[in-house]
Design a protein around this ligand. Sequence first.
Ligand code: ADP
Ligand code: ZN
Ligand code: ZN
Length: 751
Amino acid sequence: MKELYANIIVDISHEKLDKIFQYAIPEHLQEELQVGMVAEFPFGMGNRLTKGYVVGITDQCEFDKSKIKSLIRIVEKDMGVESEFILLAEFISRNYGSTMLQALKTVVPIKQKVQAVEESVLTLAIDELKAKELLATYQQKDYKAKVRLLIALLENKEHALLKSKILKEKKGTPAVIKSFQEAGIIQVITERNYRNPNSNMEVAKIADQKEIVLSHEQAKCVEEIWQESHAFYPPKAHLIHGVTGSGKTVIYMELIRRVIKEGRQAIVLIPEIALTFQTVERFKEMFGERVSFMHSRLSKGERFDQFERAMKGEIDIMVGPRSALFTPFKKLGIIVIDEEHENTYKSETTPKYHAREVAIERAGRNHGFVVLGSATPSVESYYKAQTEEYKLYTLKERYAERSMAEVEIVDLREELRCGNRSILSRKLRELITERLQKKEQIMLFINRRGFAGFVSCRACGRAIKCPHCDVSLSLHNNGKMVCHYCGYEMMSVKNCPTCGSKYIGAFKAGTQQIEEIVKKEFPMAKVLRMDMDTTRNKEGHARILNAFSREEADILIGTQMIVKGHDFPKVTLVGALAADMSLYANDYHAAERTFELLTQAAGRAGRGERKGQVIIQTYSPDNYSIQCAAKQDYPLFFQQEMAYRKLMNYPPAMNLLAILMTSLQEEMLEKFAEEIKKQIEGKHKEEAAVIGPAQATVSKIQDYYRKVIYIKHENYDILTKVKDTVEFYVKQENQYPDCFIQFDFNPVFTY
Ligand code: ADP
Ligand code: ZN
Ligand code: ZN
């Protein structure tokens, strides 16, 4: 019999996840013991009998063999959700390259002992006009306390205040609050049991959502998915390719309703950005209190509360971003991934897992199913649908026969030839004027963040760079230059630090500059801007979107974040100001992202009764991603894009593993990278060709130099073997302790 060892964690709660113990597996347990089981063993100095989870089984003894103790018995073979999470963590660490502890920390909910807070919120229950009349009366009668509270409420944008705050700031007394409440002037809402993350969110009413009568096309899709998912050999996932407004959300809801009826639960993943009051409200209307929402701005405590409710069976549905995938439901029946092409579904930190693949793994273990939906599926998923790993469903019609927007390409080179140097083409300017007259709304976007202007010298041509990263600093409105990679800031300078010239300035092409231009050209228009700078605080997003949906502005200007997933019926014109900006990214996804963005933008126009119009301004009107987006022809785009991927051996034609190596010492890193290459070639010479090592596109971040190696192979398992080789080397024989390594399988951004 061979020697086998079990890796054990004693407690699966998050704060204890820092140590793995190793025990020998006695012969009589070797066959039976599996990852995820609970075993008993002597622990600590006193050899107290203790129970713990098996998180790994290996033939590598990592401690002093003579001192290692043996397991005694198996206590529990299946611990339900806990065991499932350990297996899921094992899947993640094996397929994406991370330690088991890192993987466990990803999947296990963070427990934090936080007191459930009881908060009362006071909201004005009468309209503003009435309140002002009342205020006038109180002022006449000189009711000082009442005046103070009413003013405080009126001054708040949402007309709502925390009771604790009112009392603390002496804006009101318990007696005044009570009298207001009794008179129906205010409403007092107390959140008793859980910190409700949506309590401050303003919710717009959407009528008649409860009873869904599906259209013929929608009903057919639901029926097919339902049948396919209950088949003997179900597909790995169901991909709905449906134009925006075709009712994908309605289909998810009907499937979820059926799953819940079977006594099972549902997880709905949506990109953070789409988690607006609209989504929240639609799910609330349909499923009431049985649905919960998560977003990444929740505190750890709030997040844990949500998970605990799921564990206790108090909710059936969790809606949230990537991390909601790990909601501890006991009988998970369906995982929906909306806007499945979004790259936020791929984790940016180790383990760099993809939610789509982990969802398939998790659903599989629970005999549930995965539904992916998008108007612009990722090339990867569509490819899998072509090869029948996934099953494809196509929705061609917008609900209620609303027509698709009309898309027009404007050639910016032509504009220049005609002497128009503005960022707005003549056509777009004309349409904006017309829409403003008709009191319809307009969205203008640029696919680039913030005040992207980098500062450079016109004498020597150098841009001012971050001293810690190999990137240019961006000039912000407050006069500071900021590094978007590490947060480094400095005051802007008057002279070039290299040559001393005073001809130094910012190239402005960001949202702020567009805002200035639009305001100048259309002084009567009310303009809102949404980008990183205006949405930094907690409710920034919702605030701006709500204001726009209440029609407090005519024009919304922003980065790509404004065109994704929102539904504004009054928007009839969308302008993509520099559509090709994303084409020049040094990345094989460039065309896909450009197509996606423009198609999504087109989906924003004309969501209501009136037909929408889209203007794509570009310097490369002949590029296939722009052409296909204008025609709104996804299959045609896919065909051309896939031909390119095949030619270049890029995913999904191949699997790609990126190994990122970093170090503070440049020379050391170079040697290390060469050594890694040697190790891979030593063990996998026949199988895998190593590309690199090369300098990463951003060759230094926060003083860490970065090098990258790429390995391509059809077979994903070969790549995980390469990863194991490198991992083993780094752990056992590494001569370069100051160099670090990260794995990224099928990266969404090129390094
Ligand atoms: P998608 O998710 O594909 O963009 P939605 O589900 O948001 O589409 O549907 C677009 C709009 O059409 C929404 O306002 C939705 O309420 C409405 N709608 C779609 N299908 C139906 C239906 N069967 N009954 C009533 N309204 C529907
Ligand atoms: Zn200079
Ligand atoms: Zn920096």
